[in-house]
Design a protein. Structure first.
Length: 300
């Protein structure tokens, strides 16, 4: 018997092709369905966020409560768009493609993170995960979680050459110009709303309903959607650039990112199914030598 990352296993005598065939058999179980949960999540979360504005301005909801709910909405805003970026909701040329694009664009409005920019940079992340020069998410790499938070804060300051801006300048993606135009339009809308709030004497509402929640939500997402699943982000390769891990705050609060390795291996498996898929894949992935930082269930 041998131990790989704390999990005992018998050294595999199977060939790479045999392992690939078994992986593919498992993956097919989780591919092809429309993740309606993510559609409801994405559009519903946006509607809730939007409703906070009239509720706070009318006095029906105190500003402090609006701030907390808006921050939660911003934390929840990215992942439905992430499903759309991978065309999991509907592939190009299918009847529901409009829904895929709608969820992609609408869900990230609270974060002021344009869908097409997210899509282009995320493709680069998958292609070059943990590559110091080409991975847009490499800026989240840090030795500790609090250093990652501090790095994220610094990276969001005006004039900072963050990874996404660099990636958009250097990409040859045919959608680049359209993505930049959409980013300009979304940011203009964001600052226009904030300006109107300040001009009409509602600067605090603008601050606590959008500006601050947007940044707090982004910092949270960088920590749990980027830093934690890839930490320490110093290896590349299909089975080593991401890890399985156990969060002290649980799967729910990390939005399923403990099983993010499944997403990198099979990006079209819906987020909701990655945990279930992981436990089917685990014996094979252990043979593959993945980074598995989850506790050994057997206690061995």
């Amino acid at each position: 018997m041998s131990a790989v990352n704390g999990i005992r296993s018998t050294p595999s005598l199977r060939t790479d092709r045999e392992l690939q065939r078994e992986e593919a058999t498992i993956a097919r179980k989780y591919l092809g369905r429309v993740p309606w949960e993510m559609v409801v999540w994405g559009l519903g979360n946006f509607v809730v966020w939007l409703s906070l504005w009239p509720l706070v301005f009318s006095g029906m909801l105190p500003l402090w409560a609006g701030f907390l709910l808006s921050t939660l909405c911003c934390i929840l805003a990215y992942l439905p768009s992430h499903e759309a970026q991978h065309s999991i909701i509907a592939a190009e040329g299918t009847k529901l493609r409009w829904l895929n694009e709608l969820v992609g664009h609408i869900s990230t409005i609270p974060l002021v993170f344009p869908y097409r920019v997210a899509w282009i940079t995320h493709k680069q992340h998958h292609a070059y995960a943990n590559d110091e020069e080409r991975d847009p998410d490499i800026t989240s790499r840090a030795e500790t979680w609090w250093q990652s938070i501090w790095s994220s804060i610094k990276g969001r300051q005006p004039g900072n050459q963050e990874g996404y801006a660099k990636a958009m300048r250097e990409t040859d993606d045919p959608n680049r110009d359209r993505a930049i135009l959409e980013a300009f339009a979304l940011r203009t809308m964001h600052f226009t709303v904030l300006l109107i709030c300040a001009w009409t004497g509602h600067a605090l509402e603008g601050l606590f309903l959008w500006l601050l929640p947007r940044h707090l939500g982004s910092i949270y997402n960088v920590l749990f959607l980027s830093w934690a699943p890839h930490h320490p982000a110093n290896e590349t390769g299909r089975y080593r650039d991401t890890r399985a891990w156990k969060s002290p705050i649980g799967t729910l609060l990390t939005m399923g990112m403990e099983y993010h390795i499944i997403h990198h291996l099979y990006p079209k498996i819906p987020l909701i199914d990655t945990a279930k898929a992981f436990y089917e894949f685990e014996p094979i992935l252990t043979e593959r030598g993945i980074r598995n930082d989850r506790p050994n269930k057997t206690g061995a």
